[in-house]
Design a binder for this molecule. Structure first.
Ligand SMILES: O=C(O)CCC(=O)C(=O)O
Length: 208
């Protein structure tokens, strides 16, 4: 994995999660979709980035695109609900997210999908997570990011202006309501010289 220039401030902080609700803001996207943003949820994220880069069995991903199977330019690893996560702070993150969102979500976060964007050439194209209950029912996808700030882009399905949300080092972004049905999201390529980013997406059982 290419070097990540962590901040000196971050190196002095220990790896820990702060309360989810502190500084959490919700944005109504319309069409029943919303976005929660909690900047700086995780402190000391350099350590997590380095650890995950080293221990996770990263795999290249291939996806059906129209009539062909194409390489997705990023590396991934999926942990289902029975597997222990590759760092205890991620088990704690899942517990905290479940405790915070359970009254609204009606169930716990279960699985964790990890994605490694090695540099600005890595990306994921516009899509919604529409496998499972998210195809026709509201759900939530909670994303913790470490490493380079690669904004999460969203755009309404069927046309309309897109928006970009910062998903920086230690930030939490939660897509909720109808967001997987009424919006698509993407991590777009950038020509900027950016280092690696790892995202950890927590989902409920069966949703991909
Ligand atoms: O890396 C991210 O923040 C988004 C990942 C994503 O959209 C996906 O894997 O479905």
């Amino acid at each position: 994995m290419a070097a990540w220039q962590g901040s000196l401030l971050d190196l002095e902080e220990s790896l820990a999660l702060r309360p989810v609700a502190d500084g959490l803001t919700r944005r109504d996207l319309g069409r029943g979709a919303w976005l929660d943003v909690r900047p700086g949820w995780l402190s000391g994220g350099d350590e997590l980035l380095e650890h995950l880069g080293r221990v996770v069995p990263w795999r290249a991903e291939r996806r059906q695109m129209y009539d062909s199977i194409v390489d997705v330019p990023r590396l991934t690893c999926f942990y289902d609900e029975r597997e222990s996560l590759p760092h205890p702070v991620l088990d704690e993150a899942r517990r905290m997210l479940s405790a915070h969102y359970r009254p609204e979500l009606g169930e716990d976060f279960a699985t964790a999908g990890l994605c490694l964007y090695r540099d600005g050439h890595d990306s994921v194209a516009w899509h919604g997570d529409r496998i499972g209950r998210s195809r026709d029912t509201d759900t939530m996808i909670a994303i913790l990011s470490v490493g380079a700030d690669r904004p999460l882009s969203l755009r309404p399905r069927g046309g309309g202006a897109s928006l970009r949300v910062a998903a920086g080092h230690g930030d939490l972004v939660v897509m909720g309501g109808s967001a997987q049905r009424t919006f698509d999201h993407a991590i777009l390529k950038t020509s900027e010289d950016v280092g690696p980013r790892i995202s950890i997406q927590f989902r409920v059982r069966g949703v991909r």
